[in-house]
Design a protein around this ligand. Structure first.
Ligand code: AMP
Ligand code: ZN
Length: 479
């Protein structure tokens, strides 16, 4: 078992092990909390979750750090327009982010902190960069002089040589094809939040946040840095420049970037009417588990084309797996164990891991699981599958679910912040799964009256249950 990851820095697949052979030190750029996260953001956070879970599965300890960007140009503009402080303005979206992550079962990083709690560390880092001669001051702001850092461009491979001397930007985000000096510390402007510093009153630029937090929490050099591809330039390039100029050491060993999510083949945008938050999809009755499944089963280095058909397919896939799990738990099989079944379960786990070892090829891993489910279902049908084999099969399912985490139905995952209706009267996928499980229990204990009552209740709420040979499947009556 050996995980290989594609490293943007070297443009190659490399076997990954933590530098100290024990704990993976990993940093992920977190959300900018000026709005609810959209499903594109969640795709990136979900791939990071799959990565951290698989690293844990491989036996490494984890020290995963994520920032919450709670001060930047957009936040300041929106907060000022709303007549609020940035703390007041961002509080709601920070809470919403936590709720959304919990709904799609993202494990919480070991450290997740708002950037504004790291202002002293940012100031320290700028002082170090200044001491190396890589800064200059202009109009009350302090800039990073990229001509002073020889390796500038090594991650994105942008050519900084043709840059016009002194060309600089104040915006946190700027053109993708243009290397510029960028602001480390922006001079205070009237009405904007500001902190005292040796460079005058002001606020940090976006890029310095991540460098300062990462280095403070993980050291000058750490194992993995993740984010969406759009962050490669200028954000990650600038993180490298700042951190390496200050320390003189390599900043990150592995840069792992996730491709974007498109909706029906197009870039998601509010003006195209194809922009979805998690809350939008939950309100339409889709389950959080189906969203997690859809986001995680396209390997992170491929673009993911989100469609509603795909989402319904994800729900159907989860149902097949949950039906299978229920079948293992509730059916009676002939006594004993079969060597073939044990061997098949072991092979399923091996193939599942082989998929993930290959740069987190989640599609391959899931395909291995479905092949296994098909084989076991037919072994059950032919009577070859024995009672003790169910435990082996359960073990294979548990390995799958320790990474993908979609098998356990849970209710109450619907997000609630800000009065966004989390769902219509009809039950969520999780609630339906829970009711199906309750009905299966009732049948098992021969309480058929209760079983029928549950079915009637679910149907009255617009859900059709179908009893099939492989278990119970369901769909919304209007889908
Ligand atoms: P932001 O809150 O804009 O800083 O973005 C948070 C994360 O979401 C970053 O890692 C972005 O690269 C990522 N991201 C933004 N848009 C998309 C998208 N359409 N698909 C996948 N990831 C995205
Ligand atoms: Zn960052």
């Amino acid at each position: 078992m050996a995980l290989k990851l594609y490293n943007t820095l070297t443009r190659s697949l490399q076997e990954f092990k933590p530098a100290d052979g024990d704990t993976v030190r990993m940093y992920s750029c977190g959300p900018t909390v000026y709005n609810f996260v959209h499903i594109g953001n969640l795709r990136t956070f979900t791939f990071q979750d799959i990565l951290r879970r698989y690293l844990g599965h491989e036996g490494w300890k984890l020290r995963h750090v994520m920032n919450i960007t709670d001060v930047d140009d957009k936040i300041i503009a929106n907060a000022m327009a709303a007549g609020q402080t940035i703390q007041e303005y961002t509080a709601k979206y920070r809470k919403a982010f936590e709720e959304d992550c919990a709904a799609v079962r993202l494990e919480t990083p070991e450290k997740i902190t708002p950037a504004t709690e790291y202002i002293p560390q940012m100031i320290d880092l700028i002082k170090k960069i200044e001491a190396k001669g890589c800064t200059y001051e202009s109009d009350g702001s302090t800039y990073f002089r990229i001509a002073g850092f020889e390796d500038y461009g090594k991650l994105s491979r942008i050519d900084a040589k043709g840059m016009k001397a002194g060309a600089r930007v104040d915006n946190d985000e700027y053109e993708k094809d243009n290397a510029r000096d960028f602001a480390l510390w922006k001079g205070a402007k009237p009405g904007e939040p500001a902190w005292d510093s040796p460079f005058g009153p002001g606020r940090p630029g976006w890029h310095i946040e991540c460098s300062a937090m990462a280095v403070a929490e993980l050291g000058d050099t750490f194992d993995i840095h993740t984010g969406g591809v759009d962050l490669t330039f200028p954000h990650h390039e600038n993180e490298i420049a700042q951190s390496e100029a200050a320390s003189g050491k390599p900043f990150v060993r592995f840069w792992v970037h996730g491709e974007h999510l498109l909706v029906e083949g197009q870039k998601m945008s509010k003006s195209l009417g194809n922009f979805y938050t998690l809350r939008d999809l939950l309100a339409k009755g889709y389950s959080a588990a189906s969203i997690r499944y859809l986001l995680s089963t396209t390997p992170h280095r491929k673009q993911l084309n989100f469609t509603f058909d795909g989402l319904r397919g994800a729900q159907a896939a989860i149902e097949r797996l949950r039906n299978f799990k229920r079948r293992l738990e509730t059916e009676q099989f002939p006594e004993g164990a079969s060597a073939a079944a044990a061997e098949r379960a072991t092979r399923a786990i091996r193939e599942f891991e082989a998929g993930l070892d290959d740069d987190l090829n989640t599609a391959q891993a899931v395909a291995a699981l479905f092949e296994y489910v098909r084989d076991v279902n037919s072994a059950i049908d032919t009577g070859e599958f024995r009672q003790d084999d169910a435990a082996e099969a359960g073990r294979a399912l548990a390995v799958f679910d320790s990474i993908f985490d979609v098998l356990n139905p849970d209710s109450g995952t619907a997000a609630t912040t800000d009065g966004d209706p989390a769902g219509s009267a009809r039950p969520s996928g999780e609630e339906i799964e829970a009711l199906i499980a309750k009905r299966a229990e009732a049948r098992k204990s021969r309480d058929f009256a209760l079983a029928d009552q549950i079915r009637d209740e679910v149907q009255a709420r617009g859900v059709v249950l179908e009893d099939t040979r492989a278990g119970v499947s369901w769909h919304y009556a209007d889908q």
